[in-house]
Design a protein around this ligand. Structure first.
Ligand code: MN
Length: 131
């Protein structure tokens, strides 16, 4: 069974790149393009991990993280903020909102998967499939 990764991202190019890198490494990707859709997709799909853009329509990434952390079902799921390198204040706010960690934008295709895998729960294997 593949690990499900929910990607909440409104930028088409970033969504394309994240989906491409994750699927190539055998993860299943669920896509959401705004904050509300992201929360709905999290409740419906119970992903292994959430990648969360901060600048989102409808609800910001901070609001999404805060709302998910209020739900006991989501109090341990890794939520990784995808924050702009140019906006260092975003990281602190993301962590204060309940995010587990952050990965910087622009996404570096050469290092993304290894950075990402550090945040996967221990029972998820390196390549996305459970052993
Ligand atoms: Mn965005």
């Amino acid at each position: 069974m593949k690990s499900k990764i929910l990607v909440i991202e409104d930028n088409e190019q970033n969504m394309y790149l994240l989906t491409f890198l994750l699927e190539r490494n055998n993860f299943e990707v669920i896509q959401a393009v705004d904050g509300r859709q992201g929360i709905d997709a999290a409740e419906k799909n119970r992903p292994t991990l959430i990648l969360l853009d901060i600048q989102l329509p409808v609800m910001s990434g901070y609001e999404v993280a805060c709302e998910l952390r209020k739900d006991p079902d989501f109090d341990t799921i890794p939520i990784i903020a995808v924050t702009s390198y140019a906006m260092p204040g975003d990281r602190e706010k993301a962590m204060a909102s309940g995010c587990t960690g952050y990965i910087e934008k622009p996404i570096n295709p050469a290092t993304f998967i290894s950075d990402f895998q550090k945040f996967l729960p221990a029972h998820s294997s390196e390549k996305g499939s459970l052993p």
